[in-house]
Design a protein around this ligand. Structure first.
Ligand code: KG4
Ligand code: ZN
Length: 300
């Protein structure tokens, strides 16, 4: 992983890598699917949110391809696509459902009334949960991206070993700056040997503090909106403990929880394609003058 040595994605490097690899990846995907380029119905790209340079590479490539093949162009919202990744394969949630969207850049609770009617009912005041996983892993010296590393180490740990502060959910507002700071102070107060010996317990306790507010918010929202269908999406949806907790919550509430397959959790083209299919059915195409929007919100 090209960014791992830097402890995070380096935007300039990301766009250069996109530029270098986008045609190879596209060519391979088309070859693997066995579809002839000429038979494609449309070309879709991510309008935003995301890193400006990477978005521009994708949009420009899609425009070139659409022009060359004379196909319609479809602009897709990255976060809406994460939610619609739940509709790639059965079993799928029925509308309306609640969706917890958790990634490196976002932590949101979304009321999904229709594929094109979504309202954000909860969000974070500061860091996204994936970012908090990654930053805490970085200060522990665990590598990047840290979410999966913490998840794996936590599997054999005791989540009650170290009580890190759990931020209270105030009307679906999340906050991760407190737990991150307290985690840093905790590590600074311990010897490297202690940290090494207690790695699993530390990871399990940290993971508990990061996930509890999310699970609490889902519980409150299921009650407030009277909805029993709950979806999980975004990179952090791969987290095994979050899956278990939400499953337990839905079992207890007589609800049903839906997880995307692992390959559809972190950023992927299939979810952009799924969102584009909905738009294609409505002939919701865009022009060659369509722009990218690094801060595009859900429902805009
Ligand atoms: O959605 P995504 O691929 O990219 C965007 O941020 O849009 O999400 C990446 C995030 C990273 O922060 C990564 O650490 C986190 O998802 N992640 C996980 C796990 N797998 C990936 N976090 C916790 N547990 C995991 N198993
Ligand atoms: Zn994403």
């Amino acid at each position: 992983m090209i960014h791992s040595g830097y402890g995070g994605v380096v935007p300039e490097m990301a766009s250069r890598e996109h530029q270098k690899n986008i045609w190879i990846v596209t060519e391979q995907a088309i070859q693997n699917s066995g579809i002839n380029k000429k038979d494609l119905d449309a070309i879709a790209f991510t309008k935003g949110p995301g890193l400006p340079g990477s978005l521009m590479v994708g949009a420009s490539f899609a425009k070139g391809l659409a022009m060359a093949l004379d196909k319609p162009l479809i602009a897709v919202n990255h976060m809406e696509a994460h939610i619609l990744s739940l509709l790639i394969k059965e079993p799928m949630p029925a509308f309306p459902f609640l969706c917890l969207v958790v990634s490196g850049g976002h932590t949101m609770l979304v009321l999904v009334k229709q594929w094109n009617e979504m309202t954000v009912i909860g969000s974070t005041k500061d860091d996204a949960v994936g970012e908090a996983f990654d930053k805490c892993a970085k200060i522990m010296g665990l590598g990047y991206p840290g979410g999966k590393i913490i998840d794996d180490l936590a599997k054999t740990g005791n989540e009650k070993a170290f009580p890190f502060p759990v931020a209270k959910v105030e009307k679906y507002r999340f906050s991760y700056s407190g737990v991150k700071t307290s985690f840093l102070y905790f590590l600074q107060s311990k010897t490297p040997e202690f940290i090494q010996e207690n790695q699993s317990d530390i990871c399990a306790s940290l993971q508990f503090a990061l996930l509890k507010p999310l699970v609490d918010a889902c519980e409150i929202a299921m009650e407030e909106y009277g909805i029993k269908e709950l979806g999980l999406a975004g990179g952090v949806a791969a987290n095994s403990s979050l899956r278990k907790r939400l499953q337990a919550l839905c079992d207890q509430k007589g609800g049903r929880v839906y997880f995307p397959d692992f390959e559809y959790c972190t950023d992927n083209a299939a979810m952009i394609g799924r969102a584009a299919c909905f738009k294609w059915e409505q002939k919701d195409f865009c022009g060659l003058d369509e722009t990218t929007e690094p801060r595009l919100a859900i429902g805009s």
